[in-house]
Ligand binder design. Structure first.
Ligand code: NAD
Length: 472
């Protein structure tokens, strides 16, 4: 089939490449001419494992091409996938649909033949119906142009695998024809047995918001348990293991730490709650405010514990920060908890040296005032404290004894609960973590209880609903 993919960012670039990989002819479209030029030459401007190979292969084969022209797209496509960004509105915790609206307003007047517009961006319930009416007003082809929604569930870091072998496909359609077209698009996945849920557009739109709300809730739940563990002198990782064996609960997404960030979860739960409010059922999801607040609190707690580990203040201290991206295996720093913490301690006077395997360029664009280094040892040299803020596999492989040679202070805060605490401690490091007791300095004494109290600020509310780059 001839597909266009409009918006070639973290979602669209992967979708376009994977659709070409399964045999479609694909035209990627973006307003960012630099991005389109790079992709057109087979170069991927983001870090996403496996993507470069597929883009290189499909561009060379001629099945994947790129343009900035919506007119070219309108002529080319049987199906137009809309993958543009839907960030948080600058003035409210709601979804900013300007890019989606701009695509529809630009594309529809150029549509002179039968085709299907399929949204993949994450949008509030009711968007498909609104856009379908708009398309009917604008498209010369009239009723021959339909709109459907097909929310995307890919995870950055696994985006290629998730697109080629999704756990499920959800489509919100208004006709059998639209359903049939989408079954054809995804035929290889369907023949692999991927569950295909065909429903009305509002349900499809809500599935995405509900899924992200559930995932955010699971993360904030275990982080809330970490706070209770800190106060009680208990260990949240053991608690999570024990909970996770219950098949009704499961262990995934139950790792306590610095919390969630990125270009999806934080803004999606806010947009979901905002839309529920517009629909008159805000009270049904008011718990999402608390989920958001617990999440923000982990960033403040991390800063508080770090300050505590430095004896009460950051001024005059060098701090090594390991990790800038919101998660490992991505270069995405949007609303990154790691970057929010790095920015906050820099503002309090710390001399921050930040390392990240893939995210330095993007981080520097957000926080140019920090010092960036491409080598873990250089980042940690002479640091009074090391902060482990993004769970890259590379950091788990650090030899704490070797690192101690350049970091005589030997203090580390593992805000991802990912390092082997006993290994680090046996190499002479003071290691603290969120939700885990710190062993006594003198063997035989009681473990430290109440990290939260010792860190000072406890549950004090902080600034809500603002992405990290605006709080940082
Ligand atoms: P992104 O910012 O990486 O990419 C968006 C792209 O759209 C950019 O390249 C931008 O230049 C382009 N664009 C903006 N306006 C345009 C226009 N009028 N015409 C053509 N191109 C335009 O964002 P993303 O992370 O890819 O997210 C896109 C959507 O997918 C969002 O709704 C997001 O919530 C959703 N989503 C993202 C992920 C993810 O992991 N990133 C996963 C599932 C769903």
């Amino acid at each position: 089939m001839r597909l266009t993919v409009i918006g070639t960012g973290y979602l669209g670039a992967v979708h376009a490449a994977c659709m070409a990989e399964i045999g479609h002819e694909v035209l990627g479209v973006d307003v960012d001419a630099e991005k389109i030029a790079a992709l057109g030459e087979g170069r991927v401007p983001i870090y996403e494992p496996g993507l470069q190979e597929i883009v290189g292969r499909t561009v060379t084969s001629g099945r994947l091409r790129f343009t900035t022209s919506l007119s070219e797209a309108a002529e080319f496509g049987d199906v137009h996938f809309v993958c543009v960004n839907t960030p948080q509105r600058p003035d409210a915790p709601a979804c900013d649909l300007r890019a989606v609206d701009a695509v529809v307003d630009g594309l529809a007047p150029r549509l002179r033949r039968r085709c299907l517009i399929v949204g993949k961006s994450t949008v509030p319930a009711g968007t498909t119906a609104r856009l379908a009416a708009r398309v009917q007003e604008l498209a010369p082809a009239g009723a021959d142009v339909e709109v459907a929604w097909n929310p995307e569930f890919l995870r950055e870091g696994y985006a290629v695998r998730d697109t080629l072998r999704p756990e499920r496909l959800v489509v919100g359609v208004m006709s059998q024809r639209a359903d049939q077209i989408l079954r054809e698009v995804y035929a290889p996945m369907l023949s692999d047995g991927v569950p295909y849920i065909s429903t009305d557009p509002a349900t499809a739109e809500l599935v995405k918001g509900a899924a992200n709300s559930f995932l955010a809730t699971k993360i904030s739940f275990i982080n809330a348990m970490a706070e209770v563990c800190d106060a009680a002198g208990a260990d949240v990782t053991t608690l999570a293991d024990a909970l996770g064996y219950d098949s009704r609960i499961g262990r995934r997404f139950l790792s306590a730490g610095l919390g969630f960030g990125g270009g999806c979860l934080p803004k999606d739960i806010r947009a979901f709650a905002a839309r529920a409010g517009e629909l008159g059922v805000g009270c049904a999801v008011s718990f999402l405010d608390e989920i958001d607040e617990i999440n923000s609190r982990q960033r403040r707690r991390t800063v508080d514990i770090a300050r505590d580990m430095l004896g009460g203040g950051f001024a005059g201290h060098r701090v090594a920060v390991l990790g800038a991206t919101f998660k490992p295996d991505s270069d995405d720093v949007r609303d990154s908890p790691a970057l929010a913490v790095a920015g906050a301690i820099h503002r309090e006077g710390a001399d921050v040296r930040l390392h990240d395997p893939e995210g330095i360029d993007n981080a520097r664009a957000v926080l140019p005032q920090l010092e960036y280094v491409h080598d873990v040892e250089k980042a940690c040299a002479g640091a009074g404290l090391v902060l482990h803020l993004t769970d890259w596999a590379e950091y788990r492989r650090i030899d704490p004894a070797a690192l101690a040679v350049v970091t005589p202070a030997r203090k580390i805060l593992d805000a991802r609960n990912a390092l082997d605490a006993s290994l680090w401690r046996s190499a002479g490091w003071t290691l603290r973590a969120l939700g885990r007791p710190t062993p006594p300095a003198v063997p035989g004494q009681q473990a430290t209880v109440g990290q939260r109290a010792s860190a000072g600020r406890g549950c004090a509310p902080g600034q809500r609903h603002l992405p990290a780059d605006r709080t940082a």
